[in-house]
Design a protein around this ligand. Sequence first.
Ligand code: G6P
Length: 368
Amino acid sequence: DAAEKGGYPDFMLKEIYEQPRVVRDTLAGRLAGGALAIDELGLTLEELNLIDRVYVIACGTSYHAGLVAKNLIEGWARIPCEVEAASEFRYRNPIITTSTLVVAVSQSGETADTLAAIRDARIKGAKVFGITNVVGSPVARESDGVIYTKANKEVAVASTKSFIGQVVSLTLLAMLLGQVKGRLSQAQVRLLFRELGDTVQQIQRILDQQRPAIHDAALACKDASSALFVGRGMGAAISYEGALKLKEVSYLHAEAYAAGEMKHGPIALIEPGFPVIAVATKSPTYDKTVSNLKECEARGASLIVVATEGDKDICAIADHVIYVPAVRDAFSPITATVPLQLLAREVALLRGCDVDQPRNLAKSVTVE
Ligand code: G6P
């Protein structure tokens, strides 16, 4: 067991530290002769060009990777994209035609609801791509094409490195769709690809430098009975993942909200010392998020903010700042998720929880 953990105290930490490698391996060989190469997609460029609607279907953490993908696919390819829990998708009657692309995201490749949704979508004529971590898994076998996330075996029940592999894979898919639809030039794709590659070092820098700040932030959460995660845009998408991670491993109740929605309910929760964890990296909505955070601060919240390196202003309102390198907003989930994973783990350890095997949870859910 100790050997398998490679010197780390638990698998969760080991897997968080593997993330730079996961990004590197997921990108390896994907740019050939200046163009994106995803040969396993199983569709011709003509077929891809006909796609006019995308559904991303998944469960749990994989669903949150889908929230990131929606922003990218709509932003770069201008194709309407919905993200849906597979357990919902399979029991309604979604609008599917032969020009619909269903992207099924599943670490294990064997989640019952995701598989059922794939089967249903194919019967209705959709093209299906699988994004999975397990070679030859049912999701891989039953999809028209597949992208493997190259995370390697993930042991900790709460998913970390697989999420990063999923986000990178979905980013590549969104870039490809953008290129096929003529919305991204080859030069833009090459630039994006280069910046994606830079996230390898950027994640490493977070791992190397931010642990002490994350530990201090965890101390501020450990005795709370609830916590609120907020952000806008990409920051909202990863807030959902941050809240899920915290719930899964620390049993501390957490919920995530789009920051602009706080006034419509969650702000009522805030009293002195209530932990609010915000993703407020530099983005087009940064100022809006900061004004939401000021409202939390005025009510005495204990404010933990994931911010962009160099953002000194945020210190005026935040109790704890965790810095991540500056990246374009599209890539912020790849970096800004990392501190949220580490925070969840630290809080769990401070509360005496088993971070690798949380109670009541299974690594894969193969029955309904
Ligand atoms: C379980 C796991 C989660 C995972 C979810 C979806 O709930 O504990 O970590 O995100 O299933 O699994 P999948 O293998 O389909 O990504």
